[in-house]
Unconditional design. Sequence first.
Length: 357
Amino acid sequence: MIKSIEWSENKLTIIDQTEIPRNLIYLELNTIQQVFEAIQKLRVRGAPAIGVAAAFGLYLGVRGRSFENRQSFLSEAKSLADYLASARPTAVNLRWALQFINEKLQKTQGELPELIRKVLEIAIDIKNDDQKRCDLMGSAGAELIQPGMRILTHCNTGALATAGIGTALGVIYTAHRQNKKLQVFVDETRPLLQGARLNMWELEQAGIPATLISDNMAAYAMQRGMIDLVIVGADRIAANGDTANKIGTYNLAVNAQYHGIPFYVAAPLSTFDFSIKSGEQIPIEERNCEEITRIWGKLPITVENASCWNPAFDVTPAGLITGIITEAGIADHPFEDSLTRLKLNSQVHKNHKELIQ
Ligand code: MRU
């Protein structure tokens, strides 16, 4: 399976996802500013992947620098974390990873350079942990999948979007390995085409039959009885199960409910924001107009100076979601209760328990 983020020989390397599927380019990132730019420009994207990238970005921001004392290091680490977190506002994994590192640093005894080494140690831990979470989500979710199912998915949620096999796409990979002979319908995912560019590329490599549709074809495919199940990922899930994910997810959920098709979200517990009660409190990133006035930011498709609105995510109300697949099991309604149970009863990550808040 392709690795979207690697840390080896003291270097951070990512796949530049803006180049897929035309070119497979590995970028070496040496500074915190380069990591910020890569996150903001979607060279690295997908909620878990940007959390992992930011963790290494923080290390690059403190590596090789001298600090007066422990306190000045801790306050600099906090402001660098705020800087990185501002790259993208919706995906909570970014904030979660940075906050996790800062909390661990506060509790770590010792002085520099031990504290600096600690940042790297935790970043590596977060990356390995995400990989494990993906495997567990894959196994939990694959149980829902019957042989021959036709599954619709939206945006890219696979190896490119995480440090492991992915979330929604990870479930699909796992079911495929179980020889369930799936057919995947891939929403192109306007405006930045994560489905057409990235999912189609990943699924082709995995040898999984995939059919590309444009986003506005999904309801018709459902009406014609072509879809058995919808699985999507998430960028932030509120305590009540309301889910922010790539713009267009809400359309799919409304359409799935109308047609009586189960609609599942797959996300690790690091994508939950238990500090907010509902989706109304999730900040939604609004991006540059050129992403919709031009195809792939280049070819103009509308009048010059067209005004536009370009929210990158939407919020699907919990009531439209059949269940949420996590690494600790599948949450069902009422989500508040079952998520609390999953968190408490989680037997997973014995060595990484504190990574699950
Ligand atoms: O803007 P993107 O491409 O980062 O949006 C990504 C998504 O919406 C994914 O569905 C989500 O992050 C889950 S990734 C495992």
